[in-house]
Design a protein around this ligand. Structure first.
Ligand code: 13P
Ligand code: SF4
Length: 311
């Protein structure tokens, strides 16, 4: 029998051979995070994709992220280890229905969260991520009505932070809506010194218990800077790998889901990727992200606008 493949070594070798860069999101399995050249939130990953001089981008994340990398790099090969790695939030905004919604509000500016398909991006004026949504909305004139899509929770959070009234598309993320408020309160009673930190994709009923709210990168930074030792982390628990690495003496408790019977605080799409699939994608140069040029060009404009408008 053949010896088992050392995926770490094989991936490193392929990376050199192909002049590839591996970009990974914080919700990936720890071993994928450990082999990545860059780990980040959606904004950081977009910036990396916009500036890389590699020939091949291997995207360890979900489809809309790899698609964004392709929109920014039409001539590069962009690989996604498993094309089924989608996103419930992106799925909650089908292009046809969104086009009809937009048509009934022709005077509205469309700001879309990056967690959407290229077709939705192509219908948007500006893209935002969880780290710049508030900053971007603040730059829009107060008289300008805005449609915010597809995440109603992030939209509501932006409304609360900016005092603006946004017309919200009613989409949401299955992972961030799974956390149990009751169990978080129980944990707080058990660990009175603990701070709840949360991602703005969580519902407002949960966010009101959070000491700090931010994107994955912002949450990570907050844990490093805070003097607190115990955190209840209300986002996908993949990020805890980095938190624990950077702050080995602090305690990070994943916010529990409502049901005990599943690990449903883990993103089922993000977790489709594995080191083996990453290796095979590189070896076989497939599955590749492809996009119609017309859609790509239309989707590029609001992404560029975002990059210009955020610091
Ligand atoms: P950020 O990493 O940009 O905060 O996004 C979180 C998320 O849900 C990505 O799918
Ligand atoms: Fe989509 Fe939610 Fe998974 Fe992020 S965590 S990829 S928003 S389903």
């Amino acid at each position: 029998t053949k010896p088992p493949i050392d995926f770490f070594a094989a991936i490193q070798e392929l990376k050199q051979e192909m002049n590839a860069v591996i970009l990974a999101h914080y919700y990936q399995d720890p071993d994928i995070q450990d082999i990545a050249d860059y780990i980040g939130d959606s904004l950081g990953l977009s910036r990396q994709a916009a500036s890389t001089d590699a020939d091949v981008i291997v995207f360890a994340g979900v489809h809309f992220m790899a698609e964004t990398a392709k929109i920014l790099n039409p001539d590069k090969l962009v690989l996604l280890p498993d094309l089924a790695a989608g996103c419930s939030l992106a799925d909650s905004c089908p292009p046809q229905a969104f086009a009809a919604f937009k048509a009934t509000h022709p005077d509205h500016l469309v700001i879309s969260y990056i967690n959407c398909t290229a077709e939705i991006k192509a219908m948007s004026d500006i893209i935002c991520t969880s780290s710049n949504a508030v900053e971007i909305v603040r730059q829009i004139s107060k008289n300008q009505p805005i449609i915010f899509a597809p995440d109603r929770n992030l939209g509501q959070y932006v409304m609360q932070q900016t005092g603006r009234d946004l017309l919200l598309w009613q989409g949401s993320c299955i992972v961030h809506e799974t956390f149990s408020e009751r169990k978080i309160l129980q944990l707080q009673a058990e660990y009175p010194e603990a701070e709840v930190i949360a991602h703005p994709e969580c519902e407002s009923t949960l966010l009101r218990h959070a000491k700090y709210i931010g994107s994955t990168t912002a949450l990570l930074k907050y844990c490093q800077q805070s003097t607190t030792k115990v955190f209840i982390v209300a986002t996908e628990p993949g990020i805890i790998h980095q938190m624990q690495k950077q702050e080995p003496d602090k305690i990070f408790i994943p916010a529990p889901p409502t049901t005990n019977s599943c690990a449903c605080n883990e993103c089922p799409y993000m977790r489709l990727n594995s080191l083996e699939k990453l290796y095979l994608a590189m070896k076989n140069r497939t599955p590749e992200i492809k996009l119609a040029e017309k859609t790509r060009l239309a989707a590029l404009k609001p992404i560029q606008k975002m990059l210009e408008m955020s610091h």
